[in-house]
Design a protein around this ligand. Structure first.
Ligand SMILES: Cc1cc2nc3c(=O)[nH]c(=O)nc-3n(C[C@H](O)[C@H](O)[C@H](O)COP(=O)(O)OP(=O)(O)OC[C@H]3O[C@@H](n4cnc5c(N)ncnc54)[C@H](O)[C@@H]3O)c2cc1C
Length: 248
């Protein structure tokens, strides 16, 4: 089985978020980048197929050279090869176009992605990719088994689980449950050494354009100072909630 795992390179959740250029651009200064957490679930499941059933796992990112350490981390975790499509990922439509061109050249059996990327939270790339390629798409996937060309998947739905089957090739956008958090793979020293020798191919971008443009970003209002009240002073608590916070 030939698996493609799409990796989004996102700021670590503990990063301090700032904007530049009149609040139109994310300020990457001092920001630590990581593999998108949802993509880690996808990658770990792909490595499971590689180890247990025999599969080749290629990871891909649409981005500039600064994303290469993230791809190397995916190689250290166990992917066989990495591809960087050399372009600024200007929006989800543009990214999906790039991934579609790669797919058309390589014909993967299974494309594993995250259900959303935790930076811009567009949740649009997997669906767009499926529509560009006209192949089946399973979103919010919390369990995936593949036997030959038959895939059995579980999806999280409101208040329950939906079980679906599909025939490869398919695109699956995963989340926690695809593998458990405790099973996420962490690169070890051997993996890091081996990753240095694995291929990381840089491909030129295909001609495509973004369909959206950022006008500005706005940060949430700063949180007010925290007031500590003595645990026995219920009257003061009620007074503050009523007269100051005006919530009761
Ligand atoms: C208007 C706009 C302008 C932007 N401008 C910039 C910019 O100038 N510079 C910049 O770095 N980013 C920019 N971004 C962010 C960049 O476009 C996103 O990383 C990308 O569009 C996917 O974001 P998303 O939130 O829609 O992904 P989602 O659809 O939420 O991602 C779902 C899954 O798709 C896959 N995926 C998403 N992005 C990639 C990727 N790049 N490569 C491989 N797989 C991927 C992953 O598996 C991910 O889990 C911009 C986004 C928007 C909407």
């Amino acid at each position: 089985m030939k698996i493609l795992v799409c990796i989004s390179h996102v700021p670590d959740t503990t990063s301090k978020i700032n904007f530049t250029g009149d609040s139109t651009e994310f300020d990457t200064n001092g920001v630590q980048f990581v593999i998108n957490p949802y993509d880690e679930f996808a990658l770990t499941r792909a490595i499971w197929f590689q180890e247990k059933q025999g599969a080749t796992v290629t990871v891909v990112n649409v981005g500039d050279a600064t994303t290469e350490p993230t791809l190397r981390k995916a190689l250290a975790i166990g992917a066989d090869a990495a591809i960087r499509i050399d372009a600024k990922p200007t929006d989800g439509y543009f990214v999906a176009q790039q991934l579609a061109e790669l797919y058309k050249k390589e014909n993967y059996d299974l494309v594993l992605m995250g259900k959303e990327s935790i930076d811009y939270n567009g949740a649009m790339v997997p669906g767009l990719l499926a529509s560009f390629l006209d192949i089946d798409y399973i979103n919010a996937c919390i369990g995936l088994e593949v036997e030959g060309t038959n895939a059995q998947a579980s999806r999280e739905i409101d208040g329950g689980v939906e079980k679906v089957s599909a025939t490869l090739p398919i695109i699956v956008a995963g989340q926690k449950g695809l593998v458990e958090e405790k099973d996420l793979k962490i690169p070890n020293m051997r993996g890091i050494m081996m990753a240095r020798k694995k291929p990381l191919t840089v491909m030129p971008a295909t001609d495509a354009s973004a369909t959206t443009e950022i006008n500005s970003f706005e940060k949430p209002a700063e949180k007010g100072a925290c007031k500590m009240i003595d645990a026995s002073n219920v009257d003061e608590l009620i007074n503050l909630l009523h007269n100051e916070a005006k919530v009761i």
